[in-house]
Design a protein around this ligand. Sequence first.
Ligand code: UN1
Length: 528
Amino acid sequence: MTRRFSNLIGGQSVDSPSTFLSHNSSNLEDVIGEFPEATLEQVRDACVAARRAAEAWGRTPAPIRGQIIGSIGKAIEREKEALSRLVSREMGKTLKEARGDVQEAIDTCHFFQSEGRRLYGQTVPSEMHRKELMTYRRPLGVVGIITAGNFPIAVPSWKIIPALVTGNTIVWKPSEDCPASSYAFVKLMEEAGLPEGVLNVVFGGGAGAAGQFLVNMIDERDERGRKRLDKFAFTGSTAVGRQIGEIAGRNLLHPTLELGGKNPLIVMADADLENAVSGALWAAFGTGGQRCTSAGNIILDAPIAEEFTRRFLAATQAITIGDPLKYPDVLYGPFINERFFNSWQAHYDWGKADGATLLYGKGRITRESKPSGFQGDPTAAFYGWPTIWADVQPGMQLFQKEVFGPTINLVRVNGIDEAIEAANSVDYGLSSACYTNNREWAYQFKERIQAGMSSINNSTTGAEAHMPFGGVKGSGNGTRESGIWVIESYTYWHAVNDDISGKLQLAQMDTDYIAPKSPFSVAEIDGV
Ligand code: UN1
């Protein structure tokens, strides 16, 4: 019997007239659950429930909100193993990586639990007597959230946890690709004691109608003329991000947009090649390339280009692939689903049209066409060959467009200036990496690379949970998630003047400014 799941609106389980299924990514016959397709009315009801809960939650003392965040962290910690298995089954990443996905949410809870005891404002001296100035962080109100399926626990936690600790209420539309993992996460948050209506969850699949309904709520007002949503946070494609940004712009709402990437990994002539090859292999093929921080272009300094290519090709040929729950040692598993596979496969046409050299890889892994490291039955799911393109140039589509799968381009340059120029010539700027032990080159890279995140002698992936996460150019709108920086996105500054003088004191006018005396000349002392 397939288990049926419900939306969660105002603390109630709410079913929808139509449903969609979530599958095991590694075995499409294994159905994990049946999920509702939330209707427009249900999405609106969720916004109403969140609005109703906003006043009391916003006024709950921040340390108490922080304590609930701490309890969420403990609940996830207790269920870490089971939740990681579910993520691995539903998303298709390895258990080791799924544990990392879950750990990132635990780390986020630990960080923000104590942030509930800070959320500092300032006391500021006034220019007048008997008057005090101070600043407070205030919650924005109701936050709409849409997240992607590749990190079903970590990435939602980057939004939900800081939004909650700062006193906002939420309507979340999780990815249709991993709804069961999201549901489990929600249940652990509920267990921690969140009041009804503080976190509302609406599911939607297929054409993503529920997501579109939620985005459209940015444009809607309630019967009292109030906005339905005060904030929107989205992780996903640049195309959808632009659409959200446009709607948000005309409503004077500042969204958080974490979008695509085409991340460069530079290997300089002096690099430790063994370290660079293992970092590049992980950046390109870890999670089957389905991270927004995965490497897209490996930029090789001419003197090591051939040797690196030889070693990287050999390492790629040795990659193991398969169902990660059956074969725990595989580097990567299947695509999340057919949709991800199809959009990845299209890049083979770009490569041909671009005239790049296909060094390794043959599209979908089948019984007849599989790399030697493949384990199990390739027809149970959608698996892709690790794919390497050589002779790729900055103008090519392959170089410019995000692929989101196990594909990497090799690009040859001469020296650090050309390397940085190539790295900066994509329209994205999320993550980046440079392998070198030359302090000057590392410094040049750090100072001139156009990216929100950079690693020196490490892969493009693996941002830690308390550093600012986000990009420049097409990778977002400049907002940052995680650490202290994300707090700006979920609060506004409230400047308060408290006048106890008992009379009207006018700023800039009724102030005791002291006039300077007649000018003093040093030259007079010197007698010149
Ligand atoms: C993503 O792919 O959207 O830095 C997030 C990393 C992970 C998060 C990736 N900590 O690779």
